[in-house]
Design a protein around this ligand. Structure first.
Ligand code: NAD
Ligand code: AHE
Ligand code: ZN
Length: 375
């Protein structure tokens, strides 16, 4: 197949909110600096649903969504040195070129090399898509497009992992789990004994809990409007649960009262700007830090009284938990293999690619964390 167009199945989002359609797509060979990957397993993340909904200002249609996956390199384009056919890989929507201003800054995991192209659904070299259906181009998504049996990614957007790792599990290390762990370890840098509040107990929020527990947090307060979340949340380290619906007072006041003035760290893992405000305002005066992890829709804005910041609270955000993707995803895979981090526990459902619309429906059910699709 090397150098040839591959025809395979992919779930195409033709229009916002319209059911995805399993189509035969043509996947062009990788050009210079590109890698064609056979995707074996792809999970669904809330961000896929967000872009599909039409609320993502970068959402382009028709496109192939998906960004939490694992697979095997099928072929590589000219000049690709770090991976070769048959390598086991995880596509990384957050690239790492190690050469750009961002990568060299030592201050961020964001990479500037391919972001402009991935933001408009094309490949960097010729600003074209590698996906088409009978000649009609289909846009890429987040530089990954993993809801396809084959995809093409930039070489700076693929992490080579230990081939021993089960791909049906470690696909989760492409987004949600690292995001939560890294929000705690890299962005907030939670210390031993800290009091932590987590808003939203989906996969990302639970991974925050897991990270906070590993960092020795003394109290981990989980906040969710769905009380069913608490039983599972306990297994990930949440020590107390609050349902805002059980309280008349604003949730930030409830938390401040419970914690002698506020928490040391809070994390918003929902994408709701009202909750983002509560998450900041439940932080302790003088030092409390709130990390925004959730993705809010186009047009949404955050607000608070500047006095909240004047009096020492800090507002931060995180993308992919601050992890340098190509360097650290293999490290996370190794940690999973050594049983130092959970992954299996976040997988509540296993389906196949043709069942993808059912998988999106499941995401709205309280019992669902991650659905993994066998491609
Ligand atoms: P999810 O839907 O599984 O979890 C969200 C949780 O929030 C659910 O348990 C839901 O019951 C709860 N919730 C909803 N409204 C609430 C409210 N008003 N108050 C309290 N709880 C509420 O989603 P997920 O896959 O865990 O992703 C969470 C968010 O993180 C999404 O916005 C996603 O787009 C974003 N995300 C960001 C990054 C990043 O790099 N920054 C990475 C992955 C995901
Ligand atoms: N196009 C979206 C961007 C949404 C967003 O912030 N994405 C996160 C990853 S979410 C993964 O589930 C991210 O990494 N952002 C940094 C970046 O470079 O995109 C919008 O809302 O505009
Ligand atoms: Zn995601």
């Amino acid at each position: 197949t090397q150098g040839q167009v591959i025809t395979c199945k992919a779930a195409v989002a033709w229009e916002p909110n319209k059911p995805l359609v399993i189509e035969e797509v043509q996947v062009a060979p990788p050009q210079a600096g590109e890698v064609r990957v056979k995707i074996l397993f792809s999970a669904l993340c809330h961000t896929d649903a967000y872009t599909w909904s039409g609320k993502d200002p970068e959402g382009l249609f028709p496109c192939i969504l998906g960004h939490e996956a694992a697979g095997i390199v099928e072929s590589v384009g000219e000049g690709v040195t770090e991976v070769q056919p048959d390598d086991h890989v995880i596509p990384c929507y957050q690239a790492e070129c190690r050469e750009c201003k961002f990568c060299k800054s030592g201050k961020t995991n964001l990479c500037g090399k391919v972001r402009l192209a991935t933001g408009v659904g094309v490949m960097l070299s010729d600003r074209k898509s590698r996906f088409s259906i009978n000649g009609k181009p289909i846009y890429h998504f987040m530089g990954t497009s993993t809801f396809s049996q084959y995809t093409v990614v930039h070489d700076v957007s693929v992490a080579k992992i230990d081939p021993v790792a089960p791909l049906e599990k470690v696909c989760l290390l492409g987004c949600g789990v690292p995001t939560g762990l890294g929000a705690v370890w890299n962005t907030a840098k939670v210390e031993q004994g800290s009091i932590v509040a987590i808003f939203g107990l989906g996969t990302v929020g639970l991974a925050v809990a897991e990270g906070a527990k590993a960092s020795g947090a003394s109290r981990i307060i989980g906040i969710d409007i769905d009380s069913k979340k608490f039983d599972t949340a306990k297994n990930f380290g949440v020590t107390e649960f609050i349902n805002p619906k059980d309280h008349e007072k604003p949730i930030q006041e409830v938390i401040v009262d419970l914690t002698d003035g506020g928490v040391d760290y809070s994390f918003e893992c929902i994408g709701n700007v009202t909750v983002m405000r509560a998450a900041l305002e439940c932080c302790h005066k003088g030092w409390g830090t709130s990390v925004i992890v959730g993705v809010a829709a186009s047009g949404q804005e955050i607000s608070t009284r500047p006095f909240q910041l004047v009096t020492g609270r800090v507002w931060k955000g995180t993308a992919f938990g601050g992890f340098k993707s190509r360097s650290q995803v293999p490290w996370l895979v190794d940690k999973y293999l050594k049983k130092e981090i959970k992954v299996d526990e976040y997988i509540t459902h296993n389906l196949t690619l043709p069942e993808i619309n059912k998988a999106f429906d499941l995401m709205h059910e309280g019992t669902c964390l991650r659905v993994v699709l066998d491609m």
